[in-house]
Write a protein that binds this ligand. Sequence first.
Ligand code: NGO
Length: 523
Amino acid sequence: MKNIKQRSSYRMIITIGALLMLISCTTQPPTDLTGENIIPKPVSVTATGDYFCLGPKAVIYVQDQSGENSAIGNYLSSVLKPATGFNLEVKQTGEIPGKGNILLTLSGAGQVGDEGYILTVTKKLITIAANKPAGLFNGIQTLRQLFPAEIESKTVQDIDWHIAGGTITDYPAYSYRGAMLDVTRHFFTADEVKRYIDLISAYKINKLHLHLSDDQGWRIEIKSWPNLTLYGSKTEVGGGVGGYYTQEQYSDIVKYGDEHFVTIIPEIDMPGHTNAALASYPELNINGKAPELYTGTEVGFSTLATKKEITYKFIEDVFGELAKLTTGPYMHIGGDESHVTKKEDYIPFVERVQDIVIGLGKTPIGWDEIALGKLRPGVIPQYWSSAVNANKAVEQGAKLLMSPSSRAYIDMKYDSLTRIGYTWAGLIEVDKAYNWDPATLEKGIGKENIIGIEAALWAETITTMKDIEYLAFPRLPGLAEVGWTEASARNWDEYKIRLGNHAKRFIIMDIGYYPSKLVPWVE
Ligand code: NGO
């Protein structure tokens, strides 16, 4: 009898022990928050020396009178679920959370602006405080990087979910931190664009500029001009089948962007880079004749008929439909390399197109050439090649978006052996993409003249998601830091160590990154 009792109580002890192993944290925890490898680098980090351990019973408390940010609580729960296997409950309540929980709150963040946050980790509680949901989202991206890299796994990992204790106070240097993806030279599906949104938003990039039309293909359904997609979408560089987004698919991308605090910016390039539209509608051509579809990589040979009224009807219709589908404040009007448009035609054209977009309630962005004409107030020129044009824009009082091709064009090769990419703007190794300051790069352009930066990925040489990943990683996290972290707080030798420690995350996230020899990778 005694024996049976003894055995069952042993069994009980063993079971409880095993359960404790499962639900509590037993391995050596990290305790120095200042030693974590956060990209982009936060404004300030202080450590307390203790740590927090996430268990399956944790609750995500969301404190916000408006009810606006319960979605972000669900988002955090969904981010943590695959790897931990925990079904973390989300409670929208004013209750004070007990030990072992997470609190997301829209009060008490103070001077961190609209996108900043304060992340506090104690033995008892993780708190992210922000002024706006965007700040909570950014705080969550930092939190992801504090957990072991396995947090990014899609399958349950049997490890302890420890985080070092302390406080991170953080906010961005620039409000516009963008990535551009060219979906014209080669088409990328809506799912591929969504994956890119996942990847860029993890590094606090908050804009995705989609280059939707060019000589080689028209990529967005416009109901009032159906041939654009019926005919003009069917090609790409090298003669592939091309493709386009239906308005429904585009709206879905916009929504996905909004959920990840990434504003989608649609670009319709004009008056040059328009062969696909010109091939679809003869009346848009100066001579009234439609050219053949184009699958090469030359630039600067096409132009809309800037003197025909039908051209402006076309532009009003296209931007009119796009404005309705786009939740963000911007629409990009292109304007680059219009080498066959006479200057005296180009200037009034670009001015009129700005007015059309402003009339639709949106803010135009355009490549730096648009500064040749009068910039309407608030219009954002995107510096990519001409410092002269950029200075003209500054003289007109505009704030620039900085995409210098020698630093931020991530379609350039890393070195001469890189299997894909261009070289016309130089080779851009990982250090070159990181090691620059937007506010001192060009004479006459200071921080007060800059709205932010954008990493441009043109697609003449890339055809797959893996190609996108190879050129974007690891330069994109570096450019994200150029946009987020003040130049005075950045240093390549320190950054490359943090970057090297992201290799494990890249691998778990299945990011096919370029393993640059300049970076001490820790896999
Ligand atoms: C240029 C050109 C694009 C090319 C890209 C390739 C701009 C603004 N216009 O950048 O059409 O695709 O270079 O690097």
